[in-house]
Design a protein around this ligand. Structure first.
Ligand SMILES: [Zn+2]
Length: 323
């Protein structure tokens, strides 16, 4: 577990947690809420480091506790997340309680982290509430969620809620470029996800890399008409056309719309907003016409939801956007 991204992107939360410890204002249960990619799990482990660090300069990053947390194997931190069926079950909370009721070989603070607490079944939530009543003063619980509104009030009222703000796009882009990803690719990843960890996985996905090249080539074909866009799709888009996972088709439509929006930014002289920085937009074209094209592309976002023949669908889309 590395906290450098957390420290940069959630400075307010980090300060709040640090101050809670310094000013002795700790509570037993925290509820970390915020959109996907806002570093809530990292913050949970950071908080655990603050609580468990053995040195005055917390978290020092060097003591045994800090080292164990970094390596993800602290024996007194328990992590629970939704299982195979996407829910947190009562049996998982039973297991958690069982772990806590054992006489620990090591005395000291214990922390449990429950990811996506909104996915807990009603039975599991009730079990958790009962467990919370029984925990000792050396136990801290951190619950996380992307959907605060789905959490039952009895859990909310027992917790201190800490809100995580969305990470600004330029910070996300910087996080990618810092890791050696090229500027344009970083900008494109920031369109595909707000979650830096997910973006790093995408950066290694060859299907996505090929898709980015495809979108650029289609763009050039639309603007410069040296080739039919449909021909480009058939030549470069074989993997995409045979792809079953809708995630990739959603991405393709998003990137197509982004590329056309880039053209609008170019015309409006807002060049720092451009994502596809290597595409040449220097051609005669009305902004109004571009807005119409973006709208046409975005209609396909709805169409992908149904089981349609994607090849036919994309051909139709490219005919509609051709100028
Ligand atoms: Zn330490």
């Amino acid at each position: 577990m590395d906290f450098s991204t957390l420290l940069r992107t959630q400075a307010k939360v980090v300060k709040l947690l640090n101050n809670s410890l310094l000013k002795n204002r700790l509570v037993g249960i925290y509820l970390f809420e915020g959109a996907k990619g806002t570093q809530k799990i990292e913050a949970a482990y950071y908080f655990a480091s603050l609580l468990m660090c053995e040195r005055p300069n917390k978290p020092c990053g060097e003591c045994l506790s800090c080292k164990r947390i970094k390596e993800g194997k602290h024996p007194r931190i328990f992590f629970v997340e939704p299982g195979g069926k996407g829910s947190i079950l009562k049996s998982q909370i039973d297991d958690l309680e069982h772990e806590f009721s054992r006489v620990s070989l090591e005395e000291g603070i214990r922390v449990f982290i429950i990811k996506d607490i909104d996915k807990a079944t009603l039975e599991a939530s009730n079990r958790l509430l009962k467990f919370l009543e029984e925990t000792s003063s050396t136990t801290y619980g951190i619950l996380t969620t992307e959907n605060l509104q789905n959490i039952i009030n009895t859990i909310k009222s027992r917790s201190q809620i800490i809100s995580f703000s969305k990470v600004p796009r330029d910070v996300v882009i910087e996080e990618y470029t810092k890791r050696g990803i090229k500027e344009e690719h970083s900008r494109i990843l920031s369109i595909l996800t707000n979650d830096i960890n997910e973006g790093l996985v995408y950066s290694k996905d060859e299907k996505i890399t090929a898709m980015i090249e495809l979108v650029k080539a289609i763009g050039e074909a639309i603007w410069f008409k040296e080739k039919e866009p449909i021909l480009v799709l058939n030549e470069m888009g074989k993997t995409l056309l045979s792809e079953k996972d809708k995630m990739y088709h959603n991405m393709f439509i998003d990137l197509m719309a982004t590329m056309i929006n880039d053209h609008i930014y170019y015309k409006l002289n807002q060049k720092n907003e451009i994502t596809f920085t290597s595409v040449d937009f220097d051609i005669d074209c009305e902004v109004k016409e571009l807005f119409t094209i973006v709208e046409k592309v975005l209609v396909y976002k709805q169409k992908i939801k149904y089981n349609v023949n994607v090849e036919l669908m994309y051909m139709q889309m490219l005919i509609e956007v051709a100028r």
